[in-house]
Design a protein around this ligand. Structure first.
Ligand code: IMP
Ligand code: MG
Length: 204
């Protein structure tokens, strides 16, 4: 199975009920290797740049950061420590159901959001904007709760695969149409621990 198909399969099954077929299981250990796309030094510089921009825009504001699990956890931890703002941070986990499940691209909150949003200044933090379905779901959901302001910060943008238009207020890096892992981002729960942002390369 070509790597692109594996990646597409994974993308459409990155929710609660993901199933990895035997063929992918066989391939994933030996023949698929991560190749560094953005080294940790560049990530650090990018996160610092984002923090400078965000800090400038939110000075004097009581900020509520909403981070999308799991992929954003390292990015969020690094970013908020550089912001030097008196913020609160909450986490949400979303599940998506791909083409081969019931409804195409349907995204749901796995637990209700347990913090008040009305009248708050909210910054959503996401790891990758791919088709745009995940972030557009959470942005629409939060908008209905009437925040004072609502913006999006994404570490990575993969614009070539966009289906739903998304405005990214603060963007780290644009990446090509490759399957990304590392710096918190996984493939089947693997590679999150890598310090660099990598692309999976097919060596088979
Ligand atoms: P979207 O809803 O298609 O924009 O997908 C967003 C989510 O899919 C991200 O939060 C990631 O969890 C996952 N995703 C998209 N592209 C990749 C990738 O290249 N590597 C790992 N996860 C990805
Ligand atoms: Mg994610």
């Amino acid at each position: 199975m070509p790597l692109r198909e594996i990646a597409n399969y994974y993308c459409s099954h990155n929710g609660l009920f993901r199933v990895i077929p035997q063929k992918i299981k066989e391939r994933r250990n030996s023949q698929i290797k991560p190749r560094i796309l953005i080294p940790s030094s560049e990530i650090e510089a990018g996160v610092s740049r984002l923090a400078t921009d965000i800090r400038r825009d939110y000075l004097g504001v009581n900020l509520l950061v909403i981070s999308i699990l799991k992929g954003s956890f390292i990015f969020t931890a690094d970013l908020i420590r550089r912001l030097d703002l008196p913020l609160e941070v909450h986490f949400v986990q979303l599940s998506s159901y791909g083409r081969r499940m019931e409804s195409a691209g349907k995204v749901q909150l796995m637990q209700p959001l347990n913090c008040p949003v009305k009248g708050r200044h909210i910054l959503v933090i996401e790891d990758i904007v791919d088709t745009g379905k995940t972030v557009s779901f959470i942005m629409e959901y939060l908008k209905r709760e009437q925040p004072a302001s609502l913006k999006l910060c994404a570490l990575l943008d993969k614009p070539s695969r966009r289906v739903v238009p998304v405005t990214i207020d603060y963007l780290g890096f644009t990446v090509p149409d490759k399957f990304i892992v590392g710096y918190g981002i996984d493939w089947d729960e693997k590679f999150r621990y890598l310090p660099d942002i990598c692309a999976l390369e097919d060596e088979g």
